[in-house]
Structures are given as structure tokens and as C-alpha cells.
Write a protein that binds this ligand. Structure first.
Ligand code: ADP
Ligand code: MG
Length: 159
């Protein structure tokens, strides 16, 4: 499979989707840049809600806040490193160089990026793109694999 889509009626359905997706992700083999997901969708679509569900499903007990002002929030869970980005406020993609962006993409990392298009040209290729759209009932979510690893994630997810 290189794509998958469905409707999510409410926030609880979105949380369950996130739990299932992260379970598929952690089964993936280790790769040099780790796993990179782009989360696309308008303000209020549910990008942060989905990210939070994934981070908490890995066993993180604390508060998962939106990285709106900090650009990135880091979570250490076992040997995994989750980096949750929100690049909405990034004025210039070159700022990513000063953040030491390359160091975030390592074998043990799972990078979740909201507003990744703001960093275009300064980010490694994502495995998977997630589009969230407003639907008459809740949200419509669409997973699109961008690499072989992304396809593996979707295959594991639908299994
Ligand atoms: P974003 O990060 O995309 O700007 P947030 O995750 O911060 O969006 O906000 C999504 C909002 O929409 C939350 O207030 C959440 O409760 C609400 N919501 C309603 N229905 C859904 C749904 N099906 N999936 C996700 N969020 C939903
Ligand atoms: Mg957000």
C-alpha cells in the first residue's frame, strides 16, 4: 500500500488512529534519518491532537504542548526520541540551520512536523505525509507514503 484514508468522527477516533499509527511506526527497521512524518492541514484540523496521541501512546506521561512558540518539543521515551515540530512561525527556512536541524534526524528519532512546507529545502525527505481535512462529520485523514519506509508503515498499519 502507498496510501490509506478514512474518516474520523471525533477526537477520540483521532486518538485511536494515532495509537495505531505509532504502533506500526515502532515496528519499523532503524534507518539513518529515523522516521519523518509531515502533518498537513489547516489550523485546528488536528495535527497537534494526532501528534499528542502518538507521543502519549508510547508511554509519555507528561503534558504534550503545541510547539507553536518553541518550534520543537523533545520527548525521550526509552531509547526513542520524538521531536515534535511546528514550523508555522519560522520566518526563513535558513533558520533551521541555526537550530542544528540535521542533528534531529537520527536513527532513534521519530520526527513529527507540522507546517513542514515552511522549512522546504532544509529538511530531509519525509517517509509519510499525513493530510487532515475538515469533513462534514469530524475529519478526513489521508496517509501518503513518500518512500519505501512509508509504504512499510502503511502496510503494517492496515494489517
Ligand atoms: P492543529 O494542530 O491542526 O492546528 P489541534 O490539534 O491543535 O489542530 O486542534 C484540533 C481541534 O479540533 C481540537 O480542539 C480537537 O478537540 C478538535 N477536534 C474535533 N474533532 C476532531 C477530530 N475528529 N480529530 C481531531 N480533532 C478534532
Ligand atoms: Mg498544531
Amino acid at each position: 500500500y502507498n496510501n490509506y484514508q478514512c474518516d474520523l468522527a471525533d477526537e477520540q477516533a483521532m486518538q485511536q488512529f494515532g495509537q495505531k499509527l505509532i504502533q506500526a511506526i515502532i515496528k519499523m527497521p532503524v534507518t539513518p534519518n529515523g522516521i519523518i512524518l509531515h502533518l498537513n492541514g489547516d489550523l485546528g484540523a488536528g495535527k497537534t491532537t494526532l501528534s499528542r496521541a502518538m507521543i502519549q501512546a508510547l508511554g509519555y506521561q507528561g503534558n504534550v504542548k503545541s510547539p507553536t512558540y518553541t518550534l520543537v518539543e523533545e520527548y525521550a521515551i526509552g531509547e526513542k526520541r520524538i521531536y515534535h515540530f511546528d514550523l508555522y512561525r519560522l520566518a526563513d527556512p535558513e533558520e533551521l540551520e541555526f537550530m542544528g536541524i540535521r542533528d534531529y534526524f537520527s536513527p532513534q528519532s521519530i520526527c513529527l512536523l507540522e507546517w513542514a512546507e515552511k522549512g522546504k529545502g532544509f529538511l530531509p525527505e519525509q517517509s509519510l505525509t499525513i493530510n487532515i481535512d475538515f469533513a462534514p462529520q469530524g475529519r478526513h485523514i489521508y496517509l501518503q507514503a513518500n518512500t519505501l519506509l512509508g509504504e512499510q508503515i502503511i502496510c503494517q498499519f492496515v494489517e
